[in-house]
Design a protein around this ligand. Structure first.
Ligand SMILES: Cc1ncc(COP(=O)(O)O)c(C=O)c1O
Length: 371
């Protein structure tokens, strides 16, 4: 079986460095908010091209604490795409604000700036673009809308570690960016983890306080409502060991995407993901009208795939009534997208021809035509 993703294989690849990092933490002196978290926050902020980094317990916490630190709460609306992981919208609910779901662009599968402009109301306080599958949302257009309406922009970079748009790192366009280090991410740890990056020192300070009981710097007195949402030392140490390999992993993902493209280009019933120079291919999601049968066919051929995301978030009971307008493109993508394996440690060497075998299995199904 070729798994859709296999995080332990990445750990195995870098095992000696990870073992050394974990061992250093185990030998002390701190298991919580010590030298590894400090070092990772500095290294990750530099990698992201931002002045401040704050390690938190998950990507959802990174989003929710940032929104809270921006003062977003009850009565506020935050605009985001309906085609994303539930955590994006849960972060908004957690602050007491309302998620307002808008349409994505059919080609990029990222939030459509025109739909955002249409959905702004007097209650809108922020936009949350998601760089879905590692592909950049149209940040210049979104920042222009935000500027016109005085809105905050929090980039959901959970799937876009290291990605760029026109040579500029994603996560440097908005007021802050949130990252997840869930094990399958392009930079992932062996449990939950996340980070906020920003150039705004005051915002960074508020997130730092919110992640640890509302304490003031160095203190143990709660100044405000706060949470226990810290990145663990052990995860920070592992992330610090993996960070230098992130760009090379992204380059390997690009090479695998190119091999899929070459193998699938001639098939008219398959829609390929968009091409963008700075894309980091967190997923390689093709679209096919008979997606569920294609998934079954591939499983029968020993190939694991995943559906990202169905149903759209506007169809989750927790977010009912959140659609700002009809979402036919989101609906169609939810019904047709299928993510092929793209993790470098799953696909292996070019000589193994795994990507080619997967592409061939897709073609065999697609060329057989409708049942
Ligand atoms: C786009 C997106 N946003 C938010 C999250 C939430 O991150 P976490 O699972 O670390 O809370 C994820 C992933 O898990 C994600 O893919």
């Amino acid at each position: 079986m070729i798994p859709q993703a296999a995080p332990p294989r990445r750990i195995a690849r870098f095992r000696p460095e990870i073992d050394a990092a974990v061992s250093a933490v185990l030998s002390g002196p701190d298991y919580i908010l010590g030298a590894a978290v400090d070092a990772f926050e500095t290294a990750f902020a530099r990698y992201c091209g931002r002045g401040h980094g704050i390690g938190v317990a998950s990507g959802t916490d990174a989003l929710a604490l940032t929104l809270r630190a921006l003062g977003i709460g009850p009565g506020d609306e935050v605009i985001l795409p309906a085609l994303t992981f539930a955590g994006s919208a849960q972060a908004i609910l957690q602050c007491g604000a309302l998620p307002r779901f808008v349409e994505v662009d059919a080609a990029s599968r990222c939030i459509d700036p025109a739909a955002v402009a249409d959905a702004v109301t007097a209650r809108t306080t922020a936009i949350m673009p998601v760089h879905l599958f590692g592909y950049p949302a149209d940040m210049p257009a979104l920042m222009a809308i935000a500027g016109r309406h005085g809105l905050a922009v929090v980039e959901d970079c959970a799937q876009s570690h290291g990605a760029t748009l026109e040579g500029r790192r994603l996560g440097t366009f908005g007021h802050a960016a949130a990252y997840s280090f869930y094990p399958t991410k392009n930079l992932g740890c062996v449990g939950d983890g996340g980070a906020v990056v920003t150039d705004d020192a005051a915002l960074a300070g508020r997130v730092r306080s919110l992640r640890a009981y509302g304490f003031s710097p160095g203190g143990r007195v709660s100044q405000t409502l706060g949470f226990n949402a810290r990145l663990d030392e052990i995860h920070a140490a592992i992330l610090l060991a993996l960070l230098p390999h992130c760009d090379a992993g992204n380059a390997e993902r690009r090479a695998i995407a190119a091999r899929y493209r070459a193998g699938l280009a001639a098939c008219p019933s398959i829609v390929l993901p968009p091409e963008a120079e700075g894309c980091v291919h967190h997923q390689f999601a093709i679209a096919h009208p008979d997606r569920d049968r294609l998934k079954e066919h591939l499983a029968g051929a020993g190939i694991g795939t995943a559906v990202h995301y169905a149903p759209g978030l506007h169809r989750h009971p927790a977010f009912a009534g959140g659609a700002a307008h009809p979402l036919p493109i989101t609906e169609r993508l939810s019904d047709t997208l299928l993510s092929l394996p793209i993790q470098p440690e799953v696909i292996g060497d070019v000589a193994d021809e795994v990507a080619e075998r997967i592409a061939q299995a897709v073609l065999t199904f697609a060329e057989a035509g409708p049942r």
